[in-house]
Design a protein around this ligand. Structure first.
Ligand SMILES: [Zn+2]
Length: 108
């Protein structure tokens, strides 16, 4: 972790980052026996965690990004300023509305 203090913190921002994409084009973690190349030119060795995103409905075209680049990408897009933070939070909430508190419904 370079940009984030913990994995939890990174995953929180990754969810907000994913809220920018349509659901079928969200980023997923990948793990493969094959070697891949990160979109920013880095080598992704086999059996190392990376991130992938489909570019078409069939999932035939994909982009792959190494862990380090993903962190930077998420940080720059989501956490680099207040506006992008708030906007992505809003998009995330729209997609994942928090369920109403049971207690509130009961006390009506
Ligand atoms: Zn990379």
């Amino acid at each position: 972790m370079t940009e984030y203090r913990s994995e939890k913190e990174f995953l929180r921002s990754l969810k907000r980052f994913n809220a920018l994409s349509s659901k079928q084009y969200e980023w997923h973690t990948g793990y493969s026996e094959k070697e891949h190349t990160c979109m920013f030119g880095h080598h992704i060795p086999s059996e190392q965690l990376y991130f992938k995103k489909p570019l078409d409905m069939e999932g035939e075209r994909k982009v792959r990004v190494c862990m380090e680049c993903m962190e930077k990408l998420v940080f720059l897009t989501i956490d680099s300023d207040r506006h992008s933070k708030q906007l992505s939070e809003q998009l995330f909430r729209e997609r994942h509305p928090t369920p109403k508190k049971i207690v509130k419904i009961m006390s009506r």
